[in-house]
Design a protein around this ligand. Structure first.
Ligand SMILES: NC(=O)c1ccc[n+]([C@@H]2O[C@H](COP(=O)([O-])OP(=O)(O)OC[C@H]3O[C@@H](n4cnc5c(N)ncnc54)[C@H](O)[C@@H]3O)[C@@H](O)[C@H]2O)c1
Length: 414
């Protein structure tokens, strides 16, 4: 811990991420985490350690650029007022409300914890059909700015969504060994449909992040439901594919001995099996791969979810890495809402990039949602990538059509 002077302010948490925290920072344009170095350890606004000195070294992330600046200014002012007293009461400017639907689940709980650490969040609404009270009580003891509220069961769903800026949906069943994501369709399609109806009724302007699988179908279902409700804005509906990017970055960095924080691999297509297409030729920093490496990495990234499902041997699918990835996407969205003009992520959205109506690609996120689609990623592909792109289209098309057909044969409750 570097207590440089009593008037400097430390924010974030070294306790949770330790000195290796930079390893969690992989977003292309903005690292998700904070930049650490040995004497600029970020200390805990989250209260994991009392802050007696502060050194702001965060470029983005849990704190957000503006949040960091505001915090630093307010802390400095306070410090001056307090005549350089060493204790400073940290009060960052939290102003966004986030709802997590499915908050008591394997993803929901760690995701809620990570969102609770964001200084941009003023209220965290946790909704589930069961067991959410305890999760909320537990989280509410963390001394970060957001107020945690719990909502259980359909009768409380509407209230959980009122006034919310970002809704994250990890509700539904996960895979067991031997299952594909599509095997989850019969249960999760209905869950997503019901939840999106409530979103349409209660917070139609919110950013909607869909995690529930099969994402290739649940996002088209959500789009149809929102259309039927007359509130569809394609710019605000996102399928969360961040975990594919996180995995690609990790595996490429390991394979090529690169610093994790530097690596960015765009992943396009969809979020299941061969529809997950990492564009290794677009890796930053520029790096060359042998044909064998491309094949090995591509297949591993496509099957990484199954790797976890098999290792968990019936106890579910990826939850911690997924929570991490989803929190990164939430953080990016909040930064965009907060006016950061430099937020890029991959996401599965309504798209005109290919002939398919939904497609994952790199996008720029702004205050109103998707601001631009980065089409250049699909230009100058290698022969391997071109072939893989063509090969994924029939499967992705079928999943989209399955979702649309489901939504259109159901009646939406008015
Ligand atoms: N997008 C991705 O990259 C990705 C990665 C991993 C998992 N997933 C998907 O995320 C989903 C959740 O996975 P998990 O491991 O957290 O599962 P889980 O079973 O541990 O948790 C799911 C939670 O959803 C709740 N739930 C069920 N029906 C609900 C409803 N109608 N309303 C609100 N909540 C409801 C359950 O009570 C449970 O708490 C699965 O569909 C899984 O396939 C997606």
């Amino acid at each position: 811990m570097a207590a440089t002077s009593a008037a400097t302010v430390s924010i974030g948490s070294t306790v949770s991420f330790g000195s290796k925290a930079s390893a969690i920072s992989q977003s292309k344009s903005k690292p998700f985490g904070m930049r650490f170095n040995s004497h600029h350890s970020l200390r805990s606004f989250s209260g994991l350690k009392a802050a007696t000195s502060v050194s702001c070294e965060s470029e983005s992330s849990f704190l957000g650029k503006e949040g960091t600046a505001a915090l630093r200014d307010s802390c400095t002012a306070k410090a001056v007022k307090q005549n350089q007293r060493s204790w400073i009461n940290l009060q960052p400017q939290a102003s966004y409300k986030v709802a997590v639907l499915g908050a008591a689940g394997g993803i929901g709980q760690p995701l809620a914890l990570l969102i609770k650490m964001s200084p941009l969040v003023s209220a965290l609404h946790l909704y589930d059909i069961a067991n959410v009270k305890g999760v909320a009580a537990d989280l509410s003891h963390c001394n970060t700015p957001s107020q945690v509220l719990d909502f259980t069961g359909n009768a409380e769903l509407g209230n959980s969504l009122k006034g919310v800026d970002v809704v994250v949906i990890p509700a539904g069943v996960p895979r067991k060994p031997g299952m594909t994501r599509d095997d989850l369709f019969n249960i999760n399609a209905g869950i997503v449909k019901n939840l999106i109806e409530a979103v349409a009724d209660n917070c139609p302007d919110a950013f909607i992040h869909i995690i529930s699988n099969p994402v290739n179908s649940t996002v088209p279902i959500a789009a149809e439901v929102l259309k039927q409700k007359g509130v569809y804005d394609p710019k605000r509906l996102f399928g969360v594919t961040t975990l594919d990017v996180v995995r690609a970055n990790t595996f490429v960095a390991q394979k090529k001995n690169l610093k994790l924080i530097d690596v960015d691999v765009p992943v396009v297509g969809g979020h299941a099996g061969i529809t997950i297409l990492p564009l290794l030729s677009k890796t930053k920093p520029s790096v060359s791969f042998t044909d064998e490496e491309v094949e090995e990495l591509t297949v591993r990234i496509q099957n990484a979810g199954t790797e976890v499902v098999e290792a968990k041997a019936g106890a579910g699918s990826a939850t911690l890495s997924m929570a991490y990835a989803a929190a990164r996407f939430v953080e990016s969205s909040l930064r965009a809402l907060d006016g950061d003009g430099d937020v890029y992520e991959c996401s599965y959205i309504q798209s005109e990039l290919t002939e398919l109506p939904f497609f994952a690609s790199r996008i720029k996120i702004g205050k109103k949602g998707v601001e631009a689609v980065i089409s250049s990623d699909l230009q100058g592909l290698t022969e391997y990538e071109e072939k893989a792109l063509e090969a994924l289209k029939p499967e992705l098309k079928a999943s989209i059509e399955k979702g649309l057909a489901f939504a259109n044969k159901q009646t939406v409750t008015a």
